[in-house]
Design a protein around this ligand. Sequence first.
Ligand code: GLV
Length: 330
Amino acid sequence: MPAKPRVLITRAVFEEVLDRLRVVFDVVTNAADEPWSHATLIERLQGCDAVFVTTGERIDAALLDACPQLRAVCSMAVGYNNIDLPACTARGVLVSNAPDVLTETTADLGFALMMAAARRLSESERWLRRGEWNRWAVDQFCGQDVHGATLGVLGMGRIGQAIARRGALGFGMEVIYLNRSRLAPELEVPLGARWVSKLELLRESDHLVLVLPYTPANHHQIGAAELAQMKPTATLTNVARGGIVDDAALVTALHSGVIAAAGLDVYEGEPALHPGLLELPNVVLTPHIGSASRPTRLAMAQLAADNLIAALAGGKPPTALNPEVLGDTP
Ligand code: GLV
């Protein structure tokens, strides 16, 4: 009997996913669930036909050259800025991500962070927990309204649209957005969404939410100059990727009242946080949990497993990013 293909699963994942994979593959796991260095990842990948990754593992040309046996890279994340897609394609390595299954869960978190920042939830809870609540006051923790406010969405893909739906249909928000291309009328009209320039987006948003992919062109899309254009009452929420916001500039802006508050799920250099962020009262911080409901994380891992199984069987992975490797058009 021919040996089963060998696959490396870089982080701990659900047993039911591993059980499926073990039927068809020789599965190598990371039992300790410790994030590996790049060098350790290369070492563990020796002799592996495919790798199942998350957001943290860097798959670059050096790694691909050091692992010539690798045929597929299957990520359980939707964002794939950690994977050098052209380098994979050039070497005939199939790449897949895990879109769609996390859209609504991530939109829920984005909306929750935006609301928490606007209504000062973390700040007031910390104050209450410190035992400082001894009387009601008319201006206590007055924040910003969400209902009826202008929601700005930078990056109107699937998750951006899901956040816009929540705002327009659930909270009567006016939606403005910026995206590489304008949405089709059948998507724009039901939301009353307006495609605007970056300057209009910055100036008009009461609550600006970032949901765009991280690419070199999107590095520091929001820095000191952009923050300076925003309303002093505005909030900024990032559920996309660290690096889209210049965290140093954001700390300064939040400290000096350039904007009112922020909600962040992602950070430059995470899990390390930019100095000063933890001390700020007006920022709500979560540890990259946008897609973190159990059903959604399981669906993401199962989709990565579907891709892995299809890729090593010589088929087309359901959510391949470079199907041209198979001689297909993307
Ligand atoms: C999470 O950040 C993802 O890209 O899936």
